[in-house]
Design a protein around this ligand. Sequence first.
Ligand SMILES: Cc1ncc(COP(=O)(O)O)c(C=O)c1O
Length: 433
Amino acid sequence: MPTLAEELIGLKQRHMVPCLYHFYRQPPVIVRGEMQYLFDAEGRRYLDAYAGVTVMNAGHCNPAIIEPAIAQIRRLQHTTTIYLAEPIYRLAERLTALIGGGIDRVFFVNSGTEANEGALLLSRLFTGRTGFIHLNGALHGRTALTMGLTGLAMWRTDPAPPPRLFQAPCPHCAHCELGLRFGSCGYACVEAVRAILREQGDIAALIAEPIQGNGGIVVPPEGYFERLQAVLHEAGALLIADEVQCGFGRTGRRFAFQHSAIEPDILTLAKALGNGFPIGAFCTSARIAACYTRPGASTTGGNPVSAAAALAVLDYHDEHRLAERAADLGAWLRERLEALTAGRPFVAEVRGRGLMIGLELALDGRPLPALADWLLEEMKNRGFLIGKTGRGREVLAFMPPLVVERADLEGLCAALGELLDRVPPDGAVPGEP
Ligand SMILES: Cc1ncc(COP(=O)(O)O)c(C=O)c1O
């Protein structure tokens, strides 16, 4: 008799498109979620330290979020914006108040990809230009345009990306691709953007994650975004901040752009906005939004159920001060991870902000993805689901729901410490030749 996991993998192989991969050699079958925990079909409990890829910031099946959504389902499940229904407009009002500054217009969609696609379109309408710049290491989605603007080889599947897309260097000082040192580099990575703007002349916008998620939790240096936006504005181009992954409290501020003294021209959101209910948004100023007047609609974007859930998400974040929690617990976790990994030559860097922390496994600049896979599998066997990102799939990602408790993270660190003790200095996978 095959196990349930084996049966599901069989169905997947026979009926799903093969690009859909899963973590783990022996994946658990997840059947239930409860705040920071997931449970498998055999009743084992896991600390979800990846939050369903940073979606469940307010916890799995959080009653404060699902009950209003269930009530909304019973009352009214779907209309579109061709009729008036209350939740979507209340959400637009709440969300823009929360973002603050000059951002006061929203378009709701279903996903992060769609939010970015909409933001890119808006920037074309506003500037009357066609080209875009993205950063090496970025991930922005799966449509032709957003995949073309993705700077990670493994996610760039389209063999014929759209034209007029340009890649600028990733602002990751520890691995400066221009071979420079922060302090004496003159922000050469921003100057590279200036050069593209000058040479191409037709750039509508640059899209960037304030902290790169899939690129390996990359935090740009102090002053980067301020200079970048100034250079873009000088050339009449816009800055689109993609906070699909790093938004909603994860980095210790409500939005990650708030770590710098900028306000993006367009901000894109998804994932944690719905805390498991599908919703995304692109948000901008009245001035920029004013150029988008031809009819537009998203059939299920911001539908009453997702909007009701998102309103409850925003309430929960406020009441439980999740961003502050992320800042405090994140500082503690980062310090613990730094202490655990100090003196281990196969750990290149621990980095991140708030509860968005990456641990890079590399030896003398050589990524160690097999070690990352081993640690992921062994941590899972001990009840901890952690993530994996990075250009070389060598960065362990610690991004738990922001409702996580310190005791959970202590358990995680203890398990990780025991495993790291088994890894030899050359980073070889224990037990393998
Ligand atoms: C930064 C970023 N942008 C966009 C996306 C695409 O979002 P979605 O999968 O909701 O389309 C992702 C997904 O991981 C992401 O991390």
